[in-house]
Write a protein that binds this ligand. Sequence first.
Ligand code: TXA
Ligand code: MG
Length: 349
Amino acid sequence: MVIGMEPNKIDRRLIVECGSILRNGGVVAFPTETVYGLGANALDANAIKKIFEAKGRPSDNPLIVHIAKKEDVIPLVKNIPEIGRILMEKFWPGPLTLLFEKSDIIPNEVTAGLSTVGIRMPSHPIAGALIEAAQVPVAAPSANTSGRPSPTKGQHVIEDMMGRVDAIISGGECNVGLESTVLDITGDIPMILRPGGVTKEMLEAVLGQVAVDAAIEDPSKSVEKPKSPGMKYTHYAPKADVIVVEGPVEQMVMKIKVLEREYRAKGKRVGIICTEETKDLYGEAMVKSMGSRQVPETIAACIFKVLREFDETDVDIILSEAVEAVEIGQAIMNRLKKAAGYRIIHAEE
Ligand code: TXA
Ligand code: MG
């Protein structure tokens, strides 16, 4: 069942119906401000198993639990550290997932056996209304088939999940466009396990010191296994191979043009992911702009859509410009590098 709904015109009757599907053990896909989620009752181990099946997700990758009101966190956790209170006040509802020590009511299936649980309160009106109607906390990974780019439009979810879930609420485009920041607040220093909509700079302004998990930059360099289990899997990968080209913008463009010619000479079909500022510099090549360098939020909002659009073409190789890895750029570069399987070329070399 696909239900079309506008975020500012919520159909109460349908939301109540979807809420009861969730409460009774079904799976419902719904929009959030970050990406679409694939929801199930977080207190029902059987319902959780259906999520893993629908996505084809490895069962050792834990899910985020979504709540409708801040106080709903209380029964789900052992305690709320002081910085947790501060962050919930400042950033909830919004794209920040906090890790807490989990209480016993959270089944091990949700956390993949970990003692911590990730919790977030989304700001999207449909997500909020649905979770409230469900009257239970809602575990929800991104609503893509495991390995594909996360869905930021209803159509993306329909592509991946039609026939695999009980209902899909198609509610327009997600305005952040990248998944939430995952922040571990169970240790001495808060640590970012996944960069996202709430940036390191925004967290530092509130907390002072914030650490970043080494596995984010390059999982192969991490001596420990990644703390956020999801970081170790292939992700966001379109069908074509992706290569990210880094460097000062002018040299980056030059390098991509050289690579494009080389691959074309070898008989490969090449696509280029560029920006509004550079899209006219590639001549005849097949280019897709991911947004404006002046407003990196536009890039965050479009990047998954652009990666998926290339799946509708016949390109073999996608060459992507990099962006500066500061503020939201850190999350954008994390997703691009993962889509590329960490194949990165430096334009200065
Ligand atoms: O924006 C989002 O967070 C979206 C929307 C639907 O809310 N959800 C999402 O879920 O991105 P998912 O399952 O695709 O990604 C969850 C990430 C994974 O990388 C997972 O490993 C990590 O969060 N994670 C969840 N619980 C964790 C835990 N207890 N400890 C460490 N990492 C955890
Ligand atoms: Mg995901």
